[in-house]
Write a protein that binds this ligand. Structure first.
Ligand code: ATP
Ligand code: MG
Length: 356
């Protein structure tokens, strides 16, 4: 690897520990591949297809969002992720079933409006002009979220979210109706509650423990009994001993723990994927999956061992204990006139300087 390539990786932010949500799935190396098992991504996808509610357990930075993004990525045609951010300024959404379902309806409304404004409008026109024909509309691909839904479904969702609903029963019915519309099209809507560690542990909330208790006392039961919906809920290990979380477990179908990155070879695979993506941006790697990049040209194998040792000595946290360190080591290598790749000394210095 030339110094030019090192600089390119640096400038491209190849090891950015917090990539944008839309690119997370491309950077993901399945834990199932790394651990040669089926216990993570495949287990999650299979459980969601069975309409289960899955608690995805992992520390901050372990890879929960990455696993979710890779399992529910735009090319998985039958699973439709409905990301449900729960606004911290409205904590009642976490603890009031009707407020929660109203929120779900609003989220679907935004996804439909944002993703398919012309499609929904077009569908309305088609429906008016040629009512019997519009059912034959072919699938369209939209992002983010509502990928591959048909024009007809976009139209039906658009109509359902606009239906006025005032009483609690009406709101609940509306939520169920929306989920049923996806199912009638052979799709599985998946409620994604991914940012829970942010909004359920937010230090600025007046009493975030109470919000968390309210959430676990309310939402899993609602998902199981009222909505009968597939869902994935990111769960931080610190929740596990909460009474409310224990009480919710009866409504959660299973827990999947995000595994640790198992070996130095698996670390290499993660870094290779990032390098391939960064170099592909320059147009040199013909294949975006060119994980055939020779990592040792960029990172000395002793440096890889140091990195893996550092990661295993701490709670599994790919963000802080791998990517931040390798990003800082890359900066040191770029600033080191004698270096043509990341050497062990760069990794050790990055660790000593507290990059992770
Ligand atoms: N299996 C993986 N393959 C490649 N990169 C990964 C993998 N798992 C995690 N990462 C990377 O590690 C970083 C942290 O992952 P992620 O954001 O998914 O963690 P998280 O568990 O959702 O953390 P938080 O609880 O803070 O939301 C991201 O940069 C992500 O790209
Ligand atoms: Mg996350």
């Amino acid at each position: 690897m030339t110094r030019e390539d090192l600089e390119l990786l640096h400038d491209a932010g190849a090891f950015n520990p917090s990539p944008r949500q839309q690119t997370l799935y491309a950077t993901h190396v399945p834990f199932d591949t790394m651990t040669a098992s089926r216990g993570c991504e495949r287990a999650l996808a299979a459980a969601l297809r069975r309409h289960e509610r899955v608690a995805l357990l992992g520390n901050s930075g372990a890879g929960k969002s990455s696993v979710i993004a890779a399992t529910l990525h735009p090319l998985v045609e039958d699973l439709v992720p409905l990301p449900l951010p729960v606004a911290v300024e409205r904590p009642e959404v976490a603890g009031d079933p009707v407020a929660f379902v109203r929120h779900l309806v609003q989220v679907v409304s935004r996804l439909v409006q944002r993703s398919v404004p012309e499609r929904a409008g077009q569908a309305r026109r088609i429906e008016k002009e040629t009512r019997p024909k519009y059912k034959r509309a072919k699938a369209v691909s939209v992002a983010p979220g509502l990928v591959g839904i048909s024009v007809r479904l976009a139209y039906e969702l658009d109509a359902a979210v606009q239906e006025p609903s005032t009483t609690s029963d009406q709101v609940m019915d509306q939520g169920r109706q929306i989920l049923d519309l996806f199912r009638a099209d052979g799709l599985t809507p998946v409620l994604v509650l991914d940012d829970t560690d942010r909004w359920l542990s937010a230090p600025w909330l007046p009493d975030n423990r109470a919000v968390r208790s309210a959430f676990f006392a309310t939402v899993p039961r609602l998902l199981a009994e009222e909505l009968d919906s597939a869902a994935v809920i990111a769960v931080h290990p610190t929740y596990v001993d909460d009474d409310a979380y224990r009480a919710a477990r009866g409504f959660l179908s299973r827990t999947i723990a995000v595994p640790a990155v198992p070996s130095a070879g698996a670390v290499a695979a993660i870094l290779q994927r990032r390098i391939a993506l960064a170099l592909d941006g320059r147009g040199t790697a013909a294949d975006p999956d060119a994980d055939g990049v020779d990592l040792t040209e960029m990172l000395d194998s002793a440096a890889l061992v140091s990195l893996f040792d550092y990661y295993t000595g701490r709670p599994s946290d790919v963000r802080r204990n791998l990517l931040l360190v390798v990003q800082a080591a890359l900066t040191l290598a770029v600033d080191d006139p004698d270096a043509a790749r990341i050497e062990r000394r760069h990794v050790e210095l990055a660790i000593a300087e507290g990059a992770g």
